[in-house]
Design a protein around this ligand. Structure first.
Ligand code: ZN
Length: 243
């Protein structure tokens, strides 16, 4: 990215981003570590991830959701466009507390979708906008700062537009938090209600989901740090202005 040239040598950038990068690293290690730990613990019912998800979906009344085996470690997700729950082999086939936790969390998203849970609808609506904006915002910022340097008035407008796109990505990351938390809360509750695991086992499964939630917190923190950096650098916040 060209903005790398603008940010890489800036101590302010690293001052803001290093804590966020550290948190993301910690969350990732914690997620993988907790998942590995409870992958070795089989549930007393020996129900696999796929079976657990299916039972949860039926219990919650989401009858039109398909469950598929997908490739990729921890690639598990629910696709609301086609109502398909894709589980990785480590989750689909395993009767472990980790597999059950992840499978029930993804089923939780399908239940959110079925009952039109508002934060999920908002998040889905933001996906295309944020995807478009995140690839474009970097270039708009580069162009904006170059034009500002050349004395063009258009530069400031472009910088504002780039920052607005980054702000939208932060909104997306923040809306993701209640969606993820709620899917895990449903999973923890329903996996006991459905007789998939005991209450004690649900606590262990829940630890995997709590660790995974940290990765979403880290993403939000990183987004806020990025936004703060560009606000400071553009002079919209504080006194510094690079033009
Ligand atoms: Zn999720």
């Amino acid at each position: 990215m060209m903005t790398g040239l603008m940010t890489g040598l800036d101590p302010l950038y690293w001052m803001l981003m290093l804590p966020a990068i550290g948190l993301a690293l910690l969350a990732s290690l914690l997620t993988k570590g907790t998942f590995a730990r409870y992958s070795k613990v089989a549930s007393s019912t020996r129900i696999t991830g796929a079976q657990a998800a299916e039972r949860l979906l039926r219990y919650g009344g989401a009858h039109d959701v398909r469950i598929e085996r997908a490739q990729g470690f921890l690639s598990d997700h629910y696709d609301p466009r086609v109502r398909v729950l894709r589980l990785s082999p480590e989750v689909f086939d395993a009767p472990s507390l980790s597999a059950i936790g992840v499978a029930c969390h993804e089923a939780g998203h399908a239940l959110q979708h079925a009952e039109k849970y508002a934060p999920l609808a908002l998040r889905s609506a933001l996906v295309p906008v944020v995807q478009f904006g995140s690839s474009l915002s970097q270039w708009i910022l580069v162009a904006g700062f170059l034009l500002m340097g050349a004395g063009s008035k258009l530069g400031a407008t472009l910088v504002m537009a780039g920052i607005a796109m980054i702000a939208l990505a932060v909104v997306f990351a923040l809306v993701t938090l209640p969606v993820e938390w709620n899917a895990s809360a449903r999973a923890k509750r329903l996996m006991v209600d459905c007789g998939i695991v005991s209450a004690d086992e649900a606590t262990a499964s829940g630890r995997v989901l709590n660790a995974a939630f940290m990765t979403y917190v880290a993403a939000a923190v990183s987004g806020i740090a990025t936004l703060l950096y560009w606000l400071l650098r553009s002079g919209l916040l504080g006194g510094r202005r690079d033009d």
